[in-house]
Design a protein around this ligand. Sequence first.
Ligand code: NAP
Length: 304
Amino acid sequence: MARILDGVAIATAIKQEVAREVQALAAQGVRPGLAAVLVGSVAASEIYVRSKVQTCTELGIYSDLITPPASVTTEEMLDLVARLNARDEIDGILIQLPLPPQVDTKALLDAVSPAKDVDGFHPVNAGRLQAGRPALAPCTPAGVIEILKRSDIPIAGQHAVIVGRSDIVGKPAAMLLLHQNATVTICHSKTRDLGAITRQADILVAAIGRPGFITPEMVKPGATLIDVGINRLTTREEFDRFFAGDAKREAAFAKRGSTIVGDIHPKAFEVAGAYTPVPGGVGPLTIAMLMANTVRAAKMRRGI
Ligand code: NAP
């Protein structure tokens, strides 16, 4: 029976540690602060940003929610970022993506001060991460490492295969695993005979954005499966493809009209030695690591 890697419990432990650090900083007169920028009214983005702001409040981190209209221009956003870069009580700047099409997302992310880049998306932080220098690492991949370490899953010497090469998840996950001395293979949409490679993985990280893409035949028995994917299923047909006969899921689907599945087919978890469930695996770590990065940025900026 595969071990479930409980992301909720690990995220809770990290948030408790962050709260203790925030208290210790308060004794030195420092209160870490996060500015969250939410443009327009994309329902999913609103949910994410509100839960980030609420977590700040729970942990004693100052937060400022800024909500420009959907019609905002690149120039107005650049001006906003410049002001946030200059505000001393702001240690972290989070710009919730995606942005409306008229806004130049790359120009905006590049304008965030690397010292306040708590999402770890700035090229300076990407470069520092690659060079093995102190950097603010992207939250989701950093969360993947925390899950593995805190679950006592060995990384050094293991073959880690990552499917997906995005700048947000796949590439930084590969770099972080490499720094932990894994032997790393990165796969993508042009990879030939993907299954032959994923079957070699001791640790398989799926960050693809395709529901249940990794099937049981693609998994080495006993491997650790880290499922980063979040895919919403809304039709009966899709639901049955993954969860037919699962009474608990059925009840949730009937209630909400949707459910989520990762990039790894639930049947593949039966072959694994350990796996992160969806939901409740990697997802909760993203906010926890954002909080940890905000406190880290506050300390780094002050030389603490
Ligand atoms: P992305 O930017 O769309 O990247 C997807 C990657 O998957 C690309 O590198 C792509 O390859 C690869 N890919 C697509 N089809 C493939 C195929 N048939 N075979 C092999 N590789 C394939 O996505 P992302 O931002 O990294 O996100 C990936 C997933 O993680 C999504 O489900 C997203 O919702 C989820 N996510 C979760 C969290 C969290 O908090 N848990 C955070 C971020 C993202 P190419 O480069 O060749 O196109």
